[in-house]
Design a binder for this molecule. Sequence first.
Ligand code: UDX
Length: 431
Amino acid sequence: MKIVVIGAGHIGLVTALSLAHHSHEVLCVDVDQKKINSLSEARTDIYEPQLAEFLKCKVIQNKIRFSCDYSVAIHFSNIVFVAVGTPSDEHGCCDLSFLESALYQLQQKSVSKKTIIIKSTVPPGTIRKFQSVYPQFDFVSSPEFLREGQALQDALNPERVIAGSYSKSAVELVRSIYLPFLKNESDFIEMDPTSSELTKYAANSFLAARISLINEFSKLCEKLGANIESVAAGLAKDSRIGPLFLKAGIGYGGSCFPKDIDALLNFASLQNEEMKIMRAVKSVNDQQVEAFTQKIIGAFRNSGKKSLAIWGGAFKPDTNDIREAPALKIIDQLLCHDFDLKFYDPFANSNVGLHFQEHSKAAKLQMMTDKMSTIEDSHALIVLTEWSDFIETDLKDVKSKLIDFKIFDGRNIFSEQRHQHIDLDYTGVGL
Ligand code: UDX
């Protein structure tokens, strides 16, 4: 089939490539001319494992094309996936303006009926509203659940696909597109659009709640001299709980959880629903970053000028995305406390550099090009992202370079190795 994908960000690009991989002919549209020019030459700023190679391959095979021109898109196909950003507005509500502008452009020039599949995360009730404003379109809510860092694999092998629509024929069209992606037919779940929209918020809420819950127990572990990793291992074997999303650390970040939880809380309060648990989830997450930063600041109080090595800025490994990364808040506070920082992230260096270029203390942040030179002559190592390159490090080598053998490990990557070094001054999370 010929398919249009509107939005060439993380989700749009990966969605477009996954459709191209399943032999569809895809036109990906975005308003950003610079981005479209790069993508047309098979170049992208997004780092994801295999993404660059995959993009190159699909461009060479002519399975995917890129354009800024809506009139081209309108004539290309009547099947349109929309994956534009829905960021938070200044009140923390979901800003639908990119989505509304895309629909406006589509309806301006469309002559034939289109099926519009909304991948963007939108507040419950959005499709109900759109369906009445644009009766010439059949809308389907099909939220995207892919994880950054595994985006291609997740898009190509989704655990489930949800389709929420008032149009039976639109659902059947989406089913025919997605069945080849799924292991079982029953992994395609049909429902009403509002339930579909709500499922996305509920999924992110459940996952974020697990993280805040394990982080809350990590604080208790620190008070009691218990070990959060042992507690998590004990929980993981309960099949009702399972092993995933039980890693204590410096809290969740990224382009989805923080924004979606804010949007949900705002949306719910408009419905006079308080969502007490989700409010607590957010507040525990905020405190987690603060508590970790205070451990570092407290350890060096009144001890003169200190130089710290920072490993990691991305909100999680295998991505260069730093949106809402806990690392940014920690670095900001350390700069404000006048530490000299040497920083290294395997893929997010330039994004972090750009983020801090206007910071009043930017001169105190030195960007480094490899992990070992970062720790040379530093008083402590601070780990903020669990890249495998960091996990593989031998603490003997770290010791030989640091002035003090002091580590603040926000991701507990050295929780096991630390036992081999009695002279190590180690601070993890919940250990
Ligand atoms: C998330 C959802 O998983 C995905 O389904 C949705 O489509 C978008 O939001 P993503 O933001 O890519 O995906 O990252 P995810 O792997 O879920 O991690 C989010 C954050 O939680 C990261 O900052 C990560 O470090 C943190 N996290 C995750 C923990 O602190 N502990 C854990 O056990 C798991």
